[in-house]
Design a protein around this ligand. Structure first.
Ligand code: OOG
Ligand code: MG
Length: 265
């Protein structure tokens, strides 16, 4: 068999495997341990099957997330290409709602700028300008990652299959129209228990968070999908993610966009 030949994998069975591990809060071996030839495309097929399982169980699709868009994140994970995943209502924490650490396996938190789309946006050639025009508001956000793989050690195909480690997310309450704001320059201060955990500016995510969202929309177009009005998009972690335990308080404060805080219990 030539190295480029796609080796068949049981996409549905692997999605079920990851889904059940998530439900039972178990960590599992990387898929590539058993399937070393797993391709990125197969990773996406598994993610899609996983999404179907979430929706079948009653979750509602509320948006999408980017991952590995900043140098800080790429260096932390040892992977150099952006990826994307899906967000459901079950992953969303209300503002002020604590994160129950025991509900997750190995949570890590990272600061992001979230987009709330005001109009549908789709297409294989969408630009950052078009994304901004379709954006109702941006807001400060925290993503709570929860990889199924021990110590977050994975390949791109593994992490894509695992819905890019999506665990929970929380949005700040301040919604700001993006017009007139250069999102590249929006700085943030990320803190854990009052101690500085990282600093960044919006440009950390692929040069401009809207460039990242446009890249996501183009990727979705290749799969016949887009972002509907109302969709929430997490535009990518700006700093390294930090592990959290019960008792921790995590906060991010952005210039111009406001702040969001998360208590871990
Ligand atoms: C993969 C997901 C990365 C981001 O914003 O960079 C991500 C991981 O780090 O486990 O969500
Ligand atoms: Mg993230």
């Amino acid at each position: 068999m030539s190295p480029s030949t796609k080796v068949d994998v049981d996409v549905k069975a692997l999605a079920r495997h990851l889904h059940e591990a998530n439900r039972d809060r178990r960590l599992v071996a990387r898929l590539t341990d058993d399937h070393p030839d797993l391709t990125l495309e197969q990773g996406f097929e598994i993610q899609l099957a996983l999404r179907k399982r979430h929706l079948k169980e009653g979750a509602r699709l509320v948006g999408a997330k980017l991952g590995l868009t900043s140098r800080a994140k790429q260096a932390q994970m040892g992977l150099a290409a952006p990826v994307h995943g899906f967000l459901t209502d079950a992953m969303r924490l209300e503002t002020g709602e604590p994160l129950v650490v025991a509900a997750l396996g190995q949570p890590r938190v990272e600061p992001e700028i979230a987009f709330v789309m005001g109009r549908d946006v789709s297409g294989p050639a969408v630009t950052a300008t078009e994304v901004l025009a379709a954006t109702e508001a941006v807001c400060p956000a925290l993503e709570i990652l929860d990889s199924r793989y021990p110590d977050y050690k994975f390949t791109l195909a593994d992490v894509v299959a695992d819905n890019t480690s999506a665990g929970r997310f929380v949005l700040g309450t301040t919604l700001t129209a993006p017009s007139g704001i250069d999102l590249r320059l929006v700085g943030c201060v990320f803190e854990r228990n009052g101690a500085l955990a990282g600093t960044a500016a919006g440009a950390a995510s692929l040069g401009h968070p809207a460039v990242a969202v446009a890249a996501l929309v183009r990727e979705l177009a290749a799969r016949g999908e887009g972002l509907p009005a109302g969709a929430v998009v997490m535009s990518g972690g700006l700093t390294e993610a930090v592990p959290v335990s019960a008792g921790d308080v995590i906060g991010v404060r952005f210039d111009r966009l406001g702040a969001v805080e998360l208590a871990c219990v």
